[in-house]
Write a protein that binds this ligand. Structure first.
Ligand SMILES: N[C@@H](CCC(=O)N[C@@H](CS)C(=O)NCC(=O)O)C(=O)O
Length: 331
């Protein structure tokens, strides 16, 4: 387990799992807000010195990471490409943590490792070095490294193109869905994949497939998750980031193999529908996704061989436009 301890890189610091074999995800540490950004209900952000100025912020992401994917999708769907710059780390993660490379250089400082960005923000930082990172180029610090907060603030702090993925009337319900899918689905695939005991693995898989069965039912007669399903929201962003990776990596590498997403008619149609929503496909890089997962977790795939399948096509007809609802259209 690799992490920073008091600003020093350590490769022996802590295990992924707790004593009962359950995957233990750390709390994100940097939790500042862009001024004007809206938080989940009950967590009002204070006003901050981070004004939502165009050209001031940078997103460090990995195309492989579902949490970083949320931020990249919101940036793209809201047309913030010119306001917030973005760069990628190398998809494989080895002993040194997330790395930059010739293919994926650090455009701001020319660093070799993402951890150097964390140490700049806090020379005494103790914790994991994760993506996404929302970096303030003016103050040269990390504003926030928690995707559920970054996605909300990118939607609400900037004007963007007029698309709203966190509309006021639906915020409570979107929060509930984002919460409801987090533990069994978004984090559930990791709980299965990194489980240290058979019991922890089976419990995670049971929760995961119970939740997938539930949402398969919900999506039988609505196009999207929130409200009456007629508009794409942050709840869909959060769900899609897991579903699009599922059949290629979670099913095999994380042993979530009771069923594949393409075997669920509604979840599969929904995944293709979102993939085909203008702007989303360009945020998905399946080569980097598979290289990252199969190539980075030596404890569960020591030979780092990347599975070749499945042969599924996210661009084939999804059949969901018969349900009420339109993809987001910039105003
Ligand atoms: N709670 C964080 C989790 C981010 C996270 O765990 N990202 C993974 C990549 S998928 C990571 O960077 N892991 C590196 C590590 O744990 O050392 C969020 O939602 O932003």
């Amino acid at each position: 387990m690799n992490m920073l301890v008091d600003g020093e890189w350590r490769t022996d610091a802590r295990e992924y799992t707790d004593a009962s074999g359950e995957f233990d995800r750390q709390e994100s540490r940097f939790r500042d807000w862009l001024d004007g950004g809206v938080a989940a209900a009950g967590e009002p952000p204070e006003s901050s010195e981070f004004a939502p100025e165009s050209g001031r912020y940078h997103l460090y992401i990995c195309r492989a990471c579902p949490w970083a994917h949320r931020a990249a999708m919101v940036r793209r769907l809201r047309g913030l490409q010119d306001e917030i710059s973005i760069s990628l780390v190398q998809p494989e993660r080895y002993d040194q943590g997330w790395e930059f490379s010739d293919d994926h250089p650090d455009p701001l400082y020319g660093y070799d490792y993402l951890r150097e960005v964390y140490v700049d923000a806090d020379p005494e930082y103790t914790g994991r070095v994760t993506v996404p990172v929302l970096w303030d180029e003016q103050e040269e610090t990390i504003v926030n490294n928690e995707s559920s907060e970054i996605m909300r603030m990118l939607d609400t702090a900037f004007d963007g193109n007029g698309v709203s993925l966190y509309p006021e009337a639906l915020r409570g319900e979107i929060d509930e869905i984002v919460d409801a899918i987090y533990e069994p689905i978004n984090n559930g695939v990791y709980r299965a994949g990194f489980a240290g005991t058979q019991a922890a693995y089976e419990a995670a898989v049971d929760d995961l497939f119970d939740a997938l069965d539930h949402w398969e039912g919900v999506l039988a007669d609505q196009r999207y998750l929130a409200g009456d399903g007629d508009r794409l929201t942050l709840a869909d962003v959060a769900m899609f980031a897991t579903l699009v990776r599922f059949d290629h990596v979670y099913h095999t590498h994380f042993k979530c193999n009771r069923r594949a997403i393409h075997e669920y008619p509604n979840l599969w149609g929904y995944t293709k529908d979102l993939y085909q929503t203008p702007g989303i496909a360009e945020t998905v890089n399946m080569d980097q996704i598979t290289r990252h997962y199969y190539g980075s977790h030596a404890d569960i795939n020591p030979k780092r061989i990347v599975a070749v399948g499945p042969e599924i096509d996210f661009t084939e007809p999804h059949g969901r436009d018969e349900l009420a609802g339109e993809p987001p259209l910039p105003q």
